[in-house]
Design a protein around this ligand. Structure first.
Ligand code: PLP
Length: 488
């Protein structure tokens, strides 16, 4: 080993660097309550800051980490109200350090034994906690996007009209799935990756609350068949990305069962809402789904990516990838081999993400997830009430969980639709540039809305009220200068 490599692997250096990093992170977490959520820096400026670290190979690790902490979005700041990613529980994040050192992989048991057993136990525990059937089986994977693709590959294997698409390709069939037009774009991607093209996805219209109009399903299935398409699956959203709207899963289950279609639930954002006693009804019917995916990094306090893919019939998880890899997987018999995960997952090398959940479950108990959800849902409910009490603000839809879409729209000023859209885009830009808050925006049926996802249980009602005041103040200032206001 060269002296340089000796230094790289020296436990003493690691001890010093590790303690310093943990101290740095603890200081950071202590500072977060008063930090602005978004330390915005132009990409070119940040690029040159980091480039300078490479031109100087004497960079100290703590300087690199300090730069990262300074310039990253602060999810643990209560002013963070942006995208759906949650601030990880420090204990869960700490496990990533352990995972990084062990670097186990759950594809084969021998390479990731501890991760494999924790993964099985996490999936069993959550199947039970989410009210899924006792025959449920599954595994964890890298994110909701990959999880949805994996579940749809299982749907294809289970519902393929004839032969085996894995071996023969799509052949003469023109398969399709039905999904809420508001669904996350990864469903569309999954369909196209499977080679089904644009016709492979039938967007079911949504109602005024952005929920799937399930009463249209029968007609759309009949129409698709008339066109020579083969519907294979219906996908329910629990909930949608923009507004967090929950489809009526029970109704979808009924239609899917009647037409013998696969029923998949994209619960990346809201599948875990079963754990909030006041919101359990939102996912009524989820237990009837053939497959369900849930992102732990959105609503269960883990770092990303950490996703569970649940199959009502655990054996379905084995259908997805038939392919053999003799050098890794010595089974060929078709027997269910839970400990060698690579047979069921898209990934080969896959880190031991189960630790992120297992640590929280074993140290704090299952109620920690309920507490988290009830907290962030409660903050969102407060935001909705405050918006409704402010005449200049308008709510897109009553929030069902922790996503709130609203906009500044004073009715008396006679602004056109384009002007209101432009005004809200401008307000959003000003909020993230001029205040501590980080919020995002979305477009629904041509209208621009400000969008908050409350993922931080440290966000208080006071923070929400302040953010709304900042929005209103900026809206008022813009309207006052209306004659000079740009129209987008
Ligand atoms: C409903 C829904 N499904 C899937 C995804 C994709 O999940 P991931 O970002 O974990 O790949 C998202 C992400 O926002 C989502 O909201």
């Amino acid at each position: 080993m060269t002296p340089l490599l000796e230094q790289v692997y020296a436990p003493g250096d690691f001890r010093r660097q590790g303690h310093a990093l943990v101290d740095q992170l603890a200081d950071y977490l202590e500072a977060c309550p008063t930090l602005p959520a978004n330390p915005l820096v132009a990409p070119e400026d940040l690029l040159s800051t980091f480039r300078s670290l490479l031109s100087n190979n004497k960079t100290k690790p703590e300087d690199l980490y300090e730069l990262m902490l300074r310039h990253s979005l602060h999810l643990h700041a209560p002013a963070y109200m942006g995208h759906q990613v949650n601030p990880p529980a420090p204990l869960s994040a700490l496990g990533d350090l352990l995972n990084g050192i062990i670097n186990g992989s759950t594809a084969i048991y021998e390479m990731g034994s501890t991760g494999a057993v924790m993964e099985r136990l996490v999936m069993e525990a959550f199947a039970n906690m989410l009210g899924l059937s006792s025959a449920t089986g599954g595994f964890m994977t890298n994110g909701g996007t990959l999880a949805n693709l994996t579940a749809l590959l299982a749907a294809r294997a289970a519902k393929w009209p004839e032969g085996d698409a894995w071996q023969a390709g799509n052949g003469p069939f023109r398969p399709c799935v039905l999904v809420n037009e508001q669904a996350h774009y990864c469903i569309d991607r999954a369909v196209r990756i499977m080679g089904w093209g644009e016709q492979g996805i039938i967007n079911v219209p949504s109602d005024e609350a952005y929920k799937m109009k399930t009463e249209e399903l029968d007609g759309l299935i009949a129409e698709a068949r008339k066109k020579g398409l083969t519907p294979l699956a219906i996908i329910g959203s629990a909930g949608t990305t923009s507004t967090g709207s929950f489809d009526d899963l029970d109704s979808i289950a009924e239609v899917a069962e009647r037409h013998k279609l696969w029923f998949h639930v994209d619960g990346a954002h809201g599948g875990a809402q079963y754990l909030d006693p006041d919101r359990r009804d939102l996912v009524r019917g989820m237990d009837r789904a053939d497959s369900v995916i849930v992102d732990f990094h959105k609503t269960m306090m883990t770092p990303g990516l950490t996703t569970g893919v649940f199959f009502k019939n655990g054996s379905d998880a084995y259908r997805t990838f038939h392919q053999k890899a003799e050098y890794l997987l010595s089974f060929d018999s078709g027997e269910e081999d839970w400990a060698n995960m690579g047979r069921r997952t898209f990934e080969c090398t896959k880190n031991m993400m189960s630790l992120r959940v297992f640590s929280l479950l074993s140290v704090y108990g299952p109620e920690v997830f309920r507490d988290y959800l009830t907290s962030v849902n409660g903050i969102a409910a407060h935001c909705a009430v405050a918006v409704r009490q402010t005449p200049e603000l308008e709510l897109a839809v009553l929030p069902e969980t922790n996503i709130v879409c609203f906009r500044y729209h004073p009715k008396t000023t006679g602004l056109s639709l384009e002007e209101v859209n432009g005004l809200n885009q401008m307000i959003r830009a000003q909020i993230i540039q001029e205040t501590d808050f980080y919020i995002v925006q979305t477009k629904l049926r041509g209208l621009v809305w400000l969008r908050c996802t409350f993922t931080n249980p440290m966000t208080s009602r006071g923070h929400v009220d302040k953010m709304l005041q900042e929005v209103k103040a900026r809206g008022e200032a813009q309207v006052a200068f209306r004659s000079g206001m740009p129209v987008f």
